[in-house]
Design a protein around this ligand. Sequence first.
Ligand code: AMP
Ligand code: MG
Length: 515
Amino acid sequence: MNTDLIQQPFIKKFPGDFSGNPMQRNTPKVLFATISPAGFENPVLIAFNHQLSEEIGLGKFENKDLNFLAATKLPQNIHTYATAYAGHQFGNWAGQLGDGRAILAGEITDSEGRKTELQWKGAGATPYSRHADGRAVLRSSVREYLMSEAMYHLNVPTTRALSLVFTGEDVVRDMMYNGNPQKEKGAVVMRTAESFLRFGHFELLSAQREYTLLQQLADFTIEHYFPEITSAGTDKYKDFFKRISERTADLMVEWLRVGFVHGVMNTDNMSVLGLTIDYGPYSMLDEYDLNFTPNTTDLPGRRYAFGQQGQIAQWNLWQLANALFPLINDEKFLEDALNGYGDYFWATHDRMLCKKFGFDTLMEGDDEFFTNWQGLMHELQLDYTLFFSRLENIGGDSVTATQEAFESVSYTMLNEEKLSKLNHFLRAYQERFSKNTISRTESISMMKSVNPKFILRNYLLYECIEEINQGKTDLLEKLTIALENPYEERYAELCVKRPSGYDDVSGCSMLSCSS
Ligand code: AMP
Ligand code: MG
């Protein structure tokens, strides 16, 4: 790998704490602290993303590169650091947080000026680890490695993953927070993104009243990641906020399209670039349920439930608006922009739903149609992904749903009453479908491009993690092929609803933040 291409312009540009001191502390007035990774003696490579490595210019993997991927021994040109950010967690201001178990190696810039940042997750403690160890367990690392790549291939904006390495060390975790700490295998993921900047980076500087730095960070972000912004003065920061709002709304609609529930939408987990970031207790939807949250910590209020995500993003943007206020100084503008987010989100959302159903444009009466559909999904406990797969075969033909055809899509018994409701809905669907102005073929190909056949369900991840723990990687390899081709049915046995045996297995339906 061409690791000599990696540079650290961020630490040249901004003030930082260069002491290298690992002691956990607040670091006011700086954006980062330099820190060395723990250095693992016996790392073992579990997975490497060749395609991504080539794409960003790192090239081919050779055995010696394991030292870099595990952060064991680093080349001279790599000066590592962790960044400081703050955040609102579950609706409350949490103060300084920061990269507690992420360490940046720097970035690569390609010939067109596009940047890719590289960071290890789980490579050891930093000044921002807040009494935790900066390590990651294999379980959560496999989940991040596979899901971020699955999202990329679903065409959802996301950070990506370059490698998954077993550290050779154990980590102690109380997985269900019930007083049963256990040893688990430790791992490191090297992940990449155009930038890992979060809402929380801006919140921290604003809270510290470091307004000059706040402006410098905004200017830097706009220059590198928002080239479309050409305005000056306060307009520049207004456009910045508007673009972040749009990117965030686009991302929320994409999550709703594929059935992704993030689980911990704190402002420190919100990317300024509108990327899916920080894969923790997330889940893909099995049965369609707007109230579903996969995160055990979120159960009391279901703040981060599937159907809440669009609104929570708006709440998070409101916190970002407060943080950027010193640069914008216009309450009315920010209020309008936040309301504008709502309009933009719903318009984008409705266009997305239309596509999933194969409708070319939104028509009068569609609101009611969508509401009826949601009611049906909840009542019949239908699988979100499989439902749309089946719909593709229905289209304009007159079809009557049989119990056999839909048994494999529902998580409940489809008795006669339920079947008749389903058939009633399908007739309404066919009628609405017939009003399209595009051909059936065009409709179906539109549906195929937005409705995945394969999604990375939690039970599959659970199985895969069990296997890796036993030293096998067959399922990992199979899942990798499936997730790289989510709009095809590569393996029919992986494109099925969650088997009932997994309903109450922890790590399959519910997950804790422990990672
Ligand atoms: P999260 O809930 O994973 O988004 O993390 C919230 C904050 O806690 C972030 O600042 C993380 O970097 C930090 N954090 C989470 N887990 C660990 C860990 N094992 N070691 C150090 N810091 C952590
Ligand atoms: Mg986080």
